[in-house]
Design a protein. Structure first.
Length: 90
């Protein structure tokens, strides 16, 4: 199953689904090159606050170095009270 499709199937929260949908839209503009792999993650902070989706394209070189390419971060943070705290969470 596709990584995003799986995550959509596990969520019912409209804000979570919207964050993943926006990530999906962003990734649609960044087709995956044949030489790359893509990792996707989703997390909620304290279950009621921030929702965050991250995608990273990466390449593993012949000498086993990992190169991160095209990181994409999408977040629904609600009302921001402390910008420094938000930056630390993201």
């Amino acid at each position: 199953m596709d990584s995003l499709e799986y995550r959509f199937s596990q969520l019912q929260d409209p804000r979570a689904i919207a964050v993943l949908g926006h990530l999906e839209d962003c990734l649609g503009a960044l087709p995956l090159a044949a030489s790359l792999s893509r990792g996707i993650a989703y997390a909620q902070y304290k279950n009621e606050m921030n929702r965050l989706a991250v995608a990273v394209d990466l390449r593993v070189t012949d000498d086993a170095a990992v190169e991160l390419i095209n990181p994409v971060v999408v977040a629904d943070t609600g009302s921001v009270v402390d910008r420094a705290g938000l930056d630390a969470q993201l």
